[in-house]
Design a protein around this ligand. Sequence first.
Ligand code: 13P
Ligand code: SF4
Length: 320
Amino acid sequence: MFLAADRPTTDLPADLPAAIAALKQELNAVILAHYYQEAAIQDVADYIGDSLGLSRQAAATDADVIVFAGVHFMAETAKILNPNRQVLLPDLAAGCSLADSCPPEAFAAFKAAHPGHIVISYINCTAEIKALSDIICTSSNAVKIVQQIPADQPIIFAPDRNLGRYVMQETGRDLVLWDGSCIVHETFSEQRLLELQARHPEAEIIAHPECETPVLDHARFIGSTTALLNYSLNSPSREFIVVTEPGIIHQMQKAAPDKTFIPAPPQDNTCACNECPFMRLNTLEKLYLCMRDRQPEIQIPEEIRLAALRPIERMLAMSA
Ligand code: 13P
Ligand code: SF4
């Protein structure tokens, strides 16, 4: 496997944002970035969003090249929607612990053990898992999608057990959960959150639904990255404890410089474990190099792409 990280980086231009802007013109490219990307990447992106927003942008683009500053499953989703466009990812090793927690063979057996269930999969999964699913969802539409399924229809929800539990709580539905999780969102501890809240009693706790239930129980607001951003901008509160990957704080601070955003600490204060190690593999240098060299590129076997496209299209139609 060729990784962007393997390339020599000695011949980098001094002004990377300018060089990236020039390549964007030359390639007729669009740069889509997730909020968990480092600030320098967010600052050169054409669009920054949550998984649903990024999928919608990928479905609507007329660019020839999609440069995806995010993780592999996101770039894969863009490719599933755009088989005839080139989709570049700055570092092919930018994976996802949640996607990795659901291997296709084991999931196919799990599905076979639950006949009559429909499969709703969180977008944080591989193309192979999408191909085994009936409907895809994201953190911003999971509740809405489950609510549209007839009450007597049994549902498997994969791969995130924490989002699944949250959806069960919100909808009152009983879901069969795949036992997967995100290493970043599981790093937040209830105890450390409460200690932080005691030091900032005025701060509102806002959290991503990939967090565990004891943490979510303390949140005033729970939502996708875009929902967290919008909530923090619209709330009259001046201070927020943000319980998700701290990359999102860049946009919060830009849009509301007079408010204070405090990243929730990881359980172990000696690490930066609240930063997604996969998202952070992408750098501005690798973004430039992938555009200059037009690789690494996302490729998906056509049979899997077609099977994975169906549940993504269903999601887009159900969350229009
Ligand atoms: P959203 O941006 O859709 O909320 O997803 C968060 C996430 O974990 C992406 O991997
Ligand atoms: Fe995956 Fe978690 Fe990183 Fe999101 S934050 S990409 S779910 S490992």
